[in-house]
Design a binder for this molecule. Structure first.
Ligand code: NAI
Ligand code: MG
Length: 362
């Protein structure tokens, strides 16, 4: 049977960028004999409009069955007034939670043609290719107790709890080491073991997984504050970085800006292996639904197309075809083809969303 893919275009520019991804998927079927059983469904505001819920139970069930889910983006001003329980974002959160996607992969890759877009000097970022693995389902965003309580002096106290178990740390560490084996055999783990107990445990457990299961991979440890500094000073010293939910949230946004436009950044969220050995997986661009440019043919589809490339590599074991797609994107950018978000002072060939799709297919 063909591998199965559930496509959830979502809201705003989600459907626009996904249309270009569909063309790329069809190309792989027609030209490379790589066929997928593709089904499509609603998520976010689009699902709320039709079903009164941002993620229908049937859609959730389908997401659990397929080999991979590819999502566009959710949300928009139209839905800001909705109750939190049916907000578009809840659809995405439910997918992540019920699929138990604990490893969030955020590559920061700088295409040479776009090095001028970085907030940093060109030579610091040209050729940059690193991967941040962020723990996504535990830590301080979920730990109990949490809440705002009265304190003893008649004021209030806001409480969150950073809490990690051995298993939670070990499984995300394994994701990072597995990735490192496909890349350059190098992992840097970041925490604050100097001031946090959960950081001490994090360091010990990552080291344990290394020593017992991946001794051939080079492992280093770094305090996360220093890590932030090093990411900006000399990001090319890193290959795979593994860190917790909170630090990963911040460090991955920081790393993202090393590379320029939001329209370029893919991501993957992976869970435990399924019966067929593939990890539970959700692929999505980092950007949102961009209501300011929705419906105008201005959206850059590359982040979503590169998310499909990640699916080829991590869900479908086709790293060769993923590399082909990435190299094609690189070539199109080197040729100066530019959606509006990529248009710099040096100019280029202006294209629409579908024009970028055309260039990549050509
Ligand atoms: P956004 O990522 O949608 O847009 C931020 C800025 O980047 C905008 O100026 C937008 O035009 C631009 N941009 C984003 N993607 C682009 C692309 N592919 N090509 C060209 N330009 C692009 O973030 P914002 O404005 O904070 O949020 C808008 C909506 O998206 C909100 O409803 C928010 O909740 C939702 N959102 C959804 C996410 C998701 O589905 N994973 C993630 C972030 C936000
Ligand atoms: Mg963030």
């Amino acid at each position: 049977a063909n591998p199965s893919l559930l496509i959830l275009p979502g809201d705003g520019i989600g459907p626009e960028v996904m249309t270009e991804v569909r063309r790329v998927i069809d190309w792989f079927g027609a030209k490379r004999g790589l066929n997928f059983d593709v089904s499509e469904d609603l998520v976010g505001g689009a699902a709320y409009d039709k079903y009164g819920t941002p993620l229908h139970d049937d859609t959730m069930a389908k997401a659990q069955e397929v080999d991979a889910v590819l999502l566009g983006a959710v949300g928009g001003p139209k839905y800001d007034v909705l109750d939190f329980s049916v907000k578009p974002e809840r659809g995405l959160l439910r997918l992540r939670k019920e699929m138990d996607l604990y490893a969030n992969l955020r590559p920061a890759q700088c295409f040479d043609a776009l090095a001028d877009f970085s907030s940093l000097k060109k030579d610091v970022v040209a050729g940059l290719d690193i991967m941040i693995v962020r723990e996504l389902t535990s830590g301080i965003y979920f730990g109990e107790p949490r809440g705002i309580y009265p304190d003893n002096e008649g004021g209030r106290v806001g409480v969150n709890t950073q809490r990690y178990t051995t298993d939670e740390i070990r499984r995300v560490a394994r994701s990072a080491f597995e990735l490192a084996k496909r890349r350059n055999n190098k992992v840097c783990s970041m925490e604050k073991a100097n001031v946090m107990e959960s950081g001490v445990l994090w360091r010990e457990e990552v080291q344990w997984v290394h020593d017992n299961e991946y001794p051939e991979v080079e492992l280093s440890h770094m305090y996360a504050d220093n890590g932030a500094m090093q990411l900006v000073r000399n990001p090319k010293q890193f290959d795979v970085i593994v860190t917790d939910n909170l630090f990963g949230d911040i460090l991955s946004d920081c790393a993202a800006m090393l590379t320029g436009s939001l329209g370029m950044l893919p991501s993957a969220s992976l869970g435990a292996p399924m019966a067929n050995g593939r990890p539970k997986a959700l692929y999505e661009p980092v950007h949102g639904s961009a209501p300011d440019i929705a419906g105008q043919g201005k959206a850059n589809p590359i982040a979503c197309i590169l998310s499909f490339a990640m699916a080829l590599r991590y869900s479908f074991d086709r790293g060769d075809e993923a590399a082909r797609l990435e190299a094609t994107v690189e070539k199109v950018l080197a040729d100066g083809v530019r959606t509006a978000d990529l248009m710099g002072p040096e100019g280029g060939v202006p294209v629409s969303t579908s024009g970028m799709g055309d260039a990549i297919l050509a």
